[in-house]
Structure formats: C-alpha cells, structure tokens
Ligand binder design. Structure first.
Ligand code: AGP
Length: 616
C-alpha cells in the first residue's frame, strides 16, 4: 500500500520520479505527490486523485530539480484523500520532505509532543510527525540526515517505509524501513529507491534487498546501508529476471486484460524445471529438506483474498495426495485464535506480493510457535519469503492489475507441486502415479490457452448483465473456492453484490435469495471424476432454476446432462477433477473484467483497493 520512489543522479529527477510512480500506481491511487531539490530549496507538488491529476498540475506549474527527488502514490489511512494529506510532507522550515508507507501507531502522542514544542501541523496524517521529528533531530545533529533518520526510526512504533530528502544535502536521499517494503536499484552514476523494482526497471535491473530496521543513504555514486544504530550491514544484491516490457500494457487497454492472456505462459514458467531427467520432482529453491517434510504432521495454509482461495483448493489436493490434515485460514484471523502449532506443523503462507501485512504477521506468529513456514510468492526478495524457512516462487512475472489473475493460476500450480513433492518425499505414492499427475499438470498451459480462445460468449454475457445488482456463485468440492474467487472478482471490479455458496449449503438458507431472473453461476465438477458430486450439483441447478434463477453453468465439454438446465452453458476442457480450478477460474475472470468495463470501471485500479496491502 502506497508507492514510494526516490532518485539521485544526473537525469531530471522529476521525470524519473513521476515515471516511477506511474509504475507503482497500482499500490494506491488516492493521491500523488513529488518533492525535488532545486536552487537551494524544496519544490513540492501534490494532488488528490490519480497520478494524472499530479501530472496536470505539474504541466500547469512546472517545477524542476538538480538531482535528487522523492515521490509517493497514496492509499489513505490517516486523513481523507485530499491535497493537504497527500505526501510529501514537509517541516515548518521546508528543509526536509518525507514520504511514508505504513502506519505510525504512536503518532498521536508524538504529535502532541511536537505541537507543545511549537510545530504547526497542516495535515491529519500520521506521516507529518515524521517530517517535524526529522527536522528537529537534524537540528540537533548538525544537519546529518542519515543520523536524524536513525534517531526518528527509534521513536516510531508501527510499520513504515520512510524516504526523505533535505535542502541541507541536495545530493542525498535517505530511507528507512520497518515491516514495509523498500528496495534499492543500482544504476551507473545514479541510484534508485522504490517500494518495488517496477519503479526503476526501465533504468536498471540490479537491485539490493533491504532488511528490517535498516537505513539506506543513497547518493549518485554510492549506496550505504546501516542498522538503526549506524552499524554498516551486509546487503543482498540480485538481478531482476524480467524487463520493463513485462510491466507495460503491451497494446492492451488494461493490464488486467494482458495478464489474463499471459496465463498459459505464467503457468508454464511456474512448472518449468521442476522435474529431473529421472522423473523426480525437484523443488531446489524450497530450502526445506526431505527430512523436514517427512516429519510434518499437520499443514496450515494462511493467506488473504485470492491467495486464500488458492489455499482452499490446495487443501483438497494435499489431503487427497498426502493424507496429511490440512487447515486453511484467513491470515488476519490466524494468530488471534491461539492456533495449535508445533515443530511438526508446516505452515504454508501464500502471498503474491510477499508483503501482505496480515500474512506477514501470521508468518511471524507461526515461527514464534516453532512451526516451519514455507512461502509461495511471486515477488523475489519480498518480506514474506525472506522471513520464511523456505519458499517456492511462482513465475508469473509482474502483475500490475489490482485483481489477481495470472498469479492465482500460478499459485495453484505451486500448491499442486508442493502436494506432489510431499507425497514423493513421504513415499505415499508410486513414482509413476506422481508422474501421471505431473504430466497432466504439464498440459495445463495448453488447456488454459484453449479456454482463452473460447471466452468471447462470456464477454457478451457479461455486457448483457451490466445493469444487474446481484450475482450468486455456487460450487462443490474444488469448485466451491473457484466460485468464491468468481464472486471476489466481481465485487472488487464491478462493485456488485456477489456471493458464493457451497451448492449443498444453499437449501439451508441462501436459497431464499433466489428470485426471478437472478443470475446464478454454477461451477460443475467433472462427471468422470466423482459422479456423485456431479449429480448432486445438477440437482442444485434444478433447485435454483425452479425458483426463477437464470443459470450460467460452467461445465466440462461433453457434459450434456447439464445442458437442459443451463440458460447459458460455458464449456471448459475436460481435465482431472483436482486440476479443474486452473481452467474453470478463467471464465470468471473474464466475466468480472468485462462486466466492470461495461460499467465504465477502471479494472486495473478498482476503487478503495491497493495491490499490496501492507497494513493490518
Ligand atoms: C485479489 O484480486 C486481490 N487483489 C486480493 O484479494 C489479494 O489476493 C490479497 O490482498 C492478497 O494479496 P497477496 O497475495 O499479495 O498477499
């Protein structure tokens, strides 16, 4: 949440910072602002609303700087999303400017203290206390911005990334992090700071990970990292394995449209290189030994939103293949219920961004309880995999649209790989059984491609439903979490009432919602797998149809038994039951995206949301 950019170098700082913000806007779009240093003074501009408003203001009243600049795109927490509360915030003498991601939990006490000393506050934000504190600490330290930043960090409680610049040292940008993301980009004679590498990928692919409670001093020709006491610390440098084109729309009107189409590649890349020449599944990067995995007695999956839905599906596969009890829990609830964990518990934390605060806090709690934690993550070097015992990276490439699409499919692929790997190391299945499923998994990119080739009628259907208020989703078995994912997509993109139910649960109450013409999307399990499940859902379709529902049925091609009860039939390829979510989710994504577009919504930046939720 909130995107942050810092730059020091010979290029026009304003341009570099604003272009960087454009690539981070998915992190928050309530307001945007910049500060550059020029002619011995701080020049700032900030505007409520999307970055376009800031760009317009800068066109009308241009500002320029001499080499250092910082910028921010906001997802509001403290204070309304207006011009005044937009970042950067400055001290009363306009000597320092600061941008912030996170929440300063003790801001009220600090504000009172600073007001008593005579500081005048302009905004309602928690961030502004950091600007005044930084200024006062600098005054006590002869204008030493890094030392002042370290002192400020020691006084703050909560989660924060702070990036600051000062007229006292115009070639310097200083940043600090605690529980909020921050990465350094190393260029030639220039350096960058950002919440995520996308902001500087057009300039450099060489990045530096920063640990918790570290402060970085960025100059054009140097990057120095210390802890909060000023001791130098070792940093981990890495090369980003994708380039700027991966984070561009590539001819599509929206990132989401591009990311849906990228799904076959994303799934293929996630499966790539996982099988040795002798047919053994190998998850080298995982960092957990076969002995560790053999000792696991219980699995707990923690995640939020779409990643949670991936976890719900994983439970079916893991319990079926490995016979290990598996619980799935929304990360924000996990640590508050006193869960039973020990060294024999494997916690799997699923997070696309690797930065969701709810999941991170659950990971920390699990490790405190001595459980082993395995992350499934799409962002290299992000906090959750860094703090976990092991990681399996999905290789979806950058996902910019706020709604998760290709990363969901790759999370499913990763979950299946983990399930099969556990079965392999625990000797629960014969090698050829595992190889059969791996071979089925290997065909999934092609099946996804096939589904994408047949979704035009889904688009037409979505457009025809643009004036609908409510859509219900039903599923059974792995189709139930798919239905939940379909409902989530529709809520977040089309701002509609969308709700998913386990189809068998409908008769216990929700069936009262059915009225004439109400669209009900039903995910039908394969008739070839568990025919009893299939037959039950066919009855459920008839029950809602008898009460006037308009049935939109997603079923395997050749499943003629559902045709008589389907007002709209969406056919998907026949694949094994447990793998069906990889194909059945796609029509849901397309449906929600198209319906939202028909309503005139911005599908990349839905209202009130942010891609990476770094507050609890
Ligand atoms: C899904 O479309 C949402 N953007 C959201 O539910 C997301 O999946 C959730 O916030 C979890 O994010 P993470 O995977 O980055 O942890």
């Amino acid at each position: 949440m909130c995107g942050i950019v810092g730059y020091v170098g010979p290029q026009p700082a304003l341009e570099v910072v604003v272009n960087g913000l454009a690539r981070l806007e998915y992190r928050g779009y309530d307001s945007a602002g910049v500060a550059v240093l020029g002619g011995g003074s701080l020049r700032t501009e900030k505007r409520a609303g999307k970055l376009a408003n800031l760009r317009k203001a800068l066109e009308e009243r241009p500002i320029s700087g001499d080499g250092a600049g910082i910028g921010h795109t906001r997802w509001a927490t403290h204070g309304a999303p207006n011009d005044v509360n937009a970042h950067p915030h400055v001290d009363n003498d306009r000597r320092v400017a600061i941008v912030h991601n996170g929440i300063i939990e003790n801001f009220a006490a600090l504000r009172m203290e600073l007001e008593e000393k005579g500081c005048k506050f302009l905004s309602e934000t928690d961030t502004e206390v950091a600007a005044h504190l930084l200024s006062s600490e600098m005054a006590e330290r002869g204008g030493d911005l890094p030392a002042a930043m370290r002192a400020v960090c020691k006084r703050l409680e909560g989660a924060f990334t702070l990036v600051a610049t000062s007229v006292d040292d115009p070639g310097l940008v200083v940043a600090a992090r605690r529980n909020s993301p921050l990465v350094v980009g190393r260029g030639e004679g220039e350096n960058f700071l950002a919440s995520d590498v996308a902001a500087f990928i057009a300039h450099t692919r060489e990045a530096v990970e920063l640990g918790q409670d570290q402060v970085v001093e960025l100059r054009a020709d140097s990057v120095a990292v210390t802890d909060y006491d000023g001791n130098p610390v070792e940093v981990n440098e890495y090369h980003v394995d994708w380039d700027a084109s991966a984070a561009e729309k590539g001819g599509y009107d929206y990132f989401m449209l591009k990311e849906i189409v990228e799904q076959p590649r994303a799934v293929a890349d996630t499966l790539l290189g996982r099988v040795t020449v002798d047919g053994q599944l190998t998850l080298d990067e995982m960092r957990l030994s076969p002995e560790d995995l053999r000792s696991v007695e219980k699995i707990v999956i923690i995640a939020c939103g779409t990643s949670y839905h991936a976890g719900l599906i994983a439970k079916y596969a893991i319990e079926h293949w490995c016979r290990i009890p598996c619980e799935v829990e929304v990360a924000s609830e996990f640590r508050y219920r006193d869960p039973i964990l020990d060294q024999q518990t494997l916690v799997i934390a699923i997070s696309q961004s690797g930065e969701s605060m709810d999941t991170l806090m659950a990971v920390r709690y699990a490790r405190e309880q001595r459980a082993r934690v395995l992350a499934i993550c799409n962002v290299n070097g992000s906090t959750i995999p860094r703090e976990s015992d092991g990681v399996l990276y999905t290789h979806a490439g950058p996902e910019v649209g706020v709604a998760a699409t290709k990363t969901f499919l790759t999370q499913l692929a990763a979950c299946y790989l983990i399930g099969l790997y556990l079965a392999q190391v625990r000797g629960l299945k014969f090698g050829d059984e595992i190889n059969t499923v791996i071979a089925q998994l290997a065909t999934m990119p092609e099946q996804v491609e096939r589904v994408l080739g047949t979704v035009e009628p889904v688009r037409e259907l979505a457009r025809s439903l643009a004036d609908t208020d409510t859509v219900l989703f039903l599923g059974r078995h792995v189709g139930y979490p798919v239905a939940m994912e379909g409902a989530l997509k529709l809520k977040e993109l089309a701002y509609m009432h969308a709700e998913a139910f386990a189809a068998g649960e409908l008769k216990h109450g929700p069936i009262a919602l059915i009225e004439d013409g109400l669209p009900v999307v039903v995910v039908v399990p394969s008739p070839r797998g568990r025919s009893v499940l299939h037959d039950k859902i066919v009855s459920n379709i008839q029950e809602v149809r008898a009460r006037g529902a308009r049935t939109i049925v997603i079923a395997e091609e050749g499943d003629e038994s559902v045709r008589p009860y389907s007002d709209v039939l969406i056919e998907i390829p026949a694949v094994p039951t447990l793998l069906q979510p990889i194909v059945s989710t796609i029509p849901m994504q397309v449906f929600a995206c198209e319906l939202a577009l028909a309503k005139g919504n911005d599908v990349d930046q839905p209202r009130n949301l942010a891609k990476s939720v770094t507050v609890e």
